[in-house]
Every structure is written in C-alpha cells, then in structure tokens.
Design a protein around this ligand. Structure first.
Ligand code: FPP
Length: 293
C-alpha cells in the first residue's frame, strides 16, 4: 500500500485503510453503547460554520461546505449506531436576513449537493438506506430548490434504515402557526359539512362534547415534524445553549447537549458522549414524561 501520492497528499488506498480502521474502532465502541437504552431520534443545531471558515482563512462560504461534509459523516455514524431518526437544522427562516451573497452560497450548495446525490448510482443515501425528508415552509424557497428537494424525497422514499429530516426555511413559531391554521381550516370544513348534513336532521356534531374545539393531537398531525417522534437528544455546537426557534414544541423532554466545538469539527466522539449523557439521564426523563400524562 502506498501512503502518499506524487503530489505529497495521502493516497486513496491509505485513505481507505484509515477509514476501515476507524470503522472497526467505532464498531467496538458502538457495541458497548448498545448495552444501554438507545435514543431513537437525535437532532442537530449545526452552529459555527462561518467561524470555522474564518478561523481557517477559508474563502467565501467554504465553512458551510465543511459543515455539509460533517453532516454526511454524522449520518454515517448514526446509521452505524442504529439511530432511526436524525434531524438537522440546515436553514432557519431568520437566516434569510443574512447577506444576499451568503444566502445565495448556502442555497447553491444545497442545490449542488442534492443534485449530486440524485445523479449518483451508488449515492451515500442509497448505500446507507437513508430516507430524506425536508421540513419547513417550502414556499419560501426558490423553484429549483423546491423541485430538487421533492425529487430527493421521492428518490429516497423506499430507504428504510434511517430518516434524515432536513429543516429548511424552518422555525418552530412558523411550524406551530402553520399547524394551527391548517387544523382550523380542516375543522371549519368539517363543521360546515356536518351542519349541511344536520339540515337533513342527521347531526354528528355535538359542540357540548367539544367537537368545535381544536385538539392537541389534531394540531400535532399538521406539524412539519409529524414525520418523526420527538427527539431524545438535541445537540448544539459552538458553545451556544439556545434552541433558536428549533423544535420548541417537540423538545419538552429532550436531553439538550451543547459542545464548544464548531459544527464542521464535530466527530464521532461527540456523538458517543451525547448518547452516554442520554443514557445517564434516561430514567429521570422517562419518569418526567409519565408524570405529564
Ligand atoms: C449555521 O452556522 C449553519 C447554517 C446557517 C447553514 C448550514 C447548512 C449546511 C451545513 C448545508 C446543509 C445542506 C444540505 C443539503 C442538508 P453559522 O453560519 O450560523 O455559523 P456561525 O455561528 O459561525 O456564524
């Protein structure tokens, strides 16, 4: 095996060998973790891409490109670990307020990566059985992104190892407002239908039983995140402890973990630490959940 290329970089075979070695190492560690209670859903607030770029004097939005690679590695680690749902906060509605050049860079990056995944026979998503779902207010996105996102959802719909939800043009407040509006419209349509039936003397709608009232389960059905169970763990990078309008409705019983590492520098060890933390707090969180009921 040659270790270096003529240009002085690391050779392909050496890279493959190192990846296999790290895979075996992860396999051992993950099998130890699997003795404890396992999280079903891990969500990530990918903070610190710009600072990472600045610290390394990277040009343009290259910090975001590094952030995308870190996300793909995290998808692989979570697959190997047997996690069933992961969610990534990729672009909040507030991020549209950033400079137009940066917004354009991130959108172009997303489009490029989605198109790349769609064009490859042996894509990462098909190799690891990743189903991709986009959550958020898609109306705020440009047509090419909307269209590419839809095509990726269709192309990966039959993958069943793990669901990767990418929150795009998302904020919790927008999600809640949208869910309440949709539930209200649905309820209104139901009431109108029932009133027209009751004119023919068959009444199925009883306001005294609360048929006119919006119910929690009805609102939750209309949430963008209805596709996944509530997250067990929310990981935020770059030392921030805020949720920044992410999964506010769904995080009542989540274990929140903050790392000082910037997102592109996140590693498998951070994931291991987060799962250990969850396992340590799991019985307490479960007890809390039962009390709420
Ligand atoms: C937050 O870091 C990160 C973003 C606003 C964009 C993240 C987007 C990606 C990683 C691309 C994902 C692409 C796909 C297809 C899923 P920041 O810019 O707020 O960093 P800072 O805190 O240092 O300013």
């Amino acid at each position: 095996m040659t270790l270096h290329t003529e240009k002085g970089g690391i050779s392909r075979s050496a890279r493959r060998f190192l990846w296999k070695l790290s895979y075996l190492q992860r396999k051992c560690i993950f099998s130890v973790l699997s003795v404890g209670r396992f999280p079903t859903h891990i969500a990530f607030i990918m903070d610190g891409n710009r600072r990472y770029g600045k610290q390394r004097n990277l040009k343009g939005g290259a910090g975001h490109k590094a952030g995308y690679l870190a996300l793909m590695l995290m998808v692989i680690y979570c697959c190997e670990l047997g996690i069933k749902y992961i969610t990534a906060y990729a672009f909040s509605i507030d991020n549209f307020k950033r400079g137009p050049e940066e917004v354009q860079y991130i959108m172009d990056l997303m489009l490029e990566k989605i198109e790349l995944e769609l064009s490859k026979e042996d894509s990462l998503f098909s190799r690891y059985g990743v189903r991709v779902h986009f959550s958020g207010n898609m109306e705020l996105l440009s047509d090419p992104i909307k269209d590419a996102a839809k095509r990726l959802m269709v192309a990966t719909a039959n993958n069943s190892n793990i669901l990767l939800t990418v929150c795009l043009a998302y904020t919790s407040m927008n999600e809640i407002l949208h869910a309440i509006q949709e539930t209200y419209q649905e309820k209104l349509a139901q009431i109108q239908l029932q009133e027209s039936i009751s004119e023919g003397r068959i009444s199925m709608c009883n306001p005294e039983q609360g048929d006119h009232v919006l119910k929690l389960a009805e609102i939750e059905k209309h949430m963008y995140m209805a596709i996944a169970p509530d997250p067990d763990i929310i990981i935020r990078t770059s030392g921030e402890n805020r949720l920044s309008n992410f999964l506010l409705w769904q995080s009542a019983n989540s274990c929140l973990i903050s790392f000082s590492q910037l997102w592109p520098g996140i590693s498998c060890w951070h994931l291991v630490w987060a799962v250990l933390n969850f396992q340590r707090n799991h019985y307490y969180l479960e007890k809390k959940k039962k009390k709420q009921i």
